[in-house]
Design a protein around this ligand. Structure first.
Ligand code: TTP
Ligand code: MG
Length: 356
């Protein structure tokens, strides 16, 4: 990467043949074999099967024709998701600036680590750690923004890595390749481009911004203009350690009436769940804090089985914690704190959150 110092350094990881690799890991007889996971349609295929042209979203009948020895396995989706969550927990324990896109893919802002590591040594540490804990391999891309990192993680699959450290390197990497290589340019945009004889990224460079706006409208036109030039200022959407979800109320008098405490809690929890919604965050632990007229302070926590931001669930939990307190009078302060926080695509949600 020519010793270029990046202002931002973003890592994108993507597990290799995720569902198929899990099956091969769990059953040594499947190692090195052409396997696919799916029933009517293939979800994914091992790299051995891909040599025959077997691909995701392909009907299994077609896959079997292409590769008669293909071993087709049923989908164990809950199990794969559980492993995906384990991987996310592990990555989050390495560095908190992460945004998970799906069970097998995510971004990590590793800018601050570049003082201590070279990009190569960080990638090695990241991949080794993931392998040590899961016995699964991933591919990694390192870029100066999310777009270049995502593109780079596809460059040396499986179990490889690639670094794109500047717009210039981005340009050189993409210019002669098919437009479909650019993350964010979907099939819907590709079709009209291909129909006009625009196939490579270089072909798009010959179009002006206005040409693209005429074809796709302002938003999409400008977006495509920027994407092919490696421009993407979006941030890794992580949960800041400073993000805090708590509410406390100090009473101006001693409160003996439990109904008043209930009202306070309900009001606090409604405010907090509103904030959770705005930040698109879910929580798993509810902590109740109470201070009495003698200034003694007690906190009690309960961790739920599933993530939630449902006010009924949180309120009921807070009331249970309150009813467990030995002393239920002479309150001077009551408060609720929500912790163990996570983003939407990271979590197993409660039933109420899923179906509201
Ligand atoms: P991908 O990361 O797209 O594919 P992959 O991990 O199997 O292979 P690789 O990244 O090495 O190219 O998707 C992750 C998982 O999502 C995949 O293992 C199975 C599932 N999936 C589907 O169920 N249907 C699909 O059409 C695709 C593309 C993936
Ligand atoms: Mg993958």
């Amino acid at each position: 990467m020519n010793g270029v110092i990046m202002k931002r350094c973003i890592l994108h990881y993507d597990m290799d043949a995720f569902y198929a690799s899990i099956e091969q890991r769990d059953n040594p007889k499947l190692k090195g074999k052409a396997i696919a996971v799916g029933r009517g349609v293939i979800t994914t295929a091992s790299y051995e099967a891909r040599k025959y042209g077997v691909r995701s979203a392909m009907p299994s009948v077609t896959a079997k024709k292409l590769c008669p020895e293909l071993i087709l396995l049923p989908v164990r989706i809950d199990y794969y998701k559980k492993l995906g969550k384990k991987i996310q927990d592990l990555i989050q324990s390495l560095t908190y600036k992460c945004e998970f896109i799906s069970s097998d893919e995510g971004y990590v802002d590793i800018t601050e680590y570049m003082k201590k590591y070279t990009p190569e040594s960080f990638i090695e540490k990241f991949k080794n750690s993931l392998y040590k804990h899961t016995r699964l391999t991933c591919s990694v891309g390192l870029g100066y923004n999310k777009l270049s990192a995502k593109l780079a993680s596809d460059a040396n699959k499986p179990n490889g890595y690639f670094i794109i450290s500047s717009r210039e390197e981005f340009h050189n990497y993409v210019k002669d390749k098919s437009v479909s290589i650019i993350p964010g340019i979907g099939r819907k945009s590709l079709e009209p481009l291909n129909n006009m004889g625009i196939n490579t990224v270089n072909d798009i460079f010959n179009l002006t911004k206005n040409n693209l706006i005429d074809m796709f409208g302002t938003n999409k036109g400008v977006r495509i203009f920027e994407l092919v030039r490696g421009i993407d200022d979006s941030e890794v959407d992580y949960i800041s350690e400073r993000q805090s979800y708590g509410q406390e109320e100090t009473y101006s008098r001693t409160v003996d009436d439990i109904e008043t405490v209930h009202d306070t809690l309900l009001h606090q929890i409604n405010k907090l769940t509103e904030k959770l919604r705005l930040d698109n965050i879910y929580i798993k632990t509810v902590t109740l804090k109470a201070r009495y007229s003698d200034f003694s302070t007690i906190t009690r926590s309960k961790t739920l089985n599933e993530y939630t931001r449902n006010s009924d669930i949180i309120y009921t939990t807070a009331l249970t914690l309150l009813s467990d307190l030995a002393k239920k009078d002479s309150f001077r302060l009551i408060g609720v704190h929500l912790s163990h926080i996570a983003k939407r695509n990271y979590v197993q949600l409660s039933f109420k959150d899923l179906f509201k």
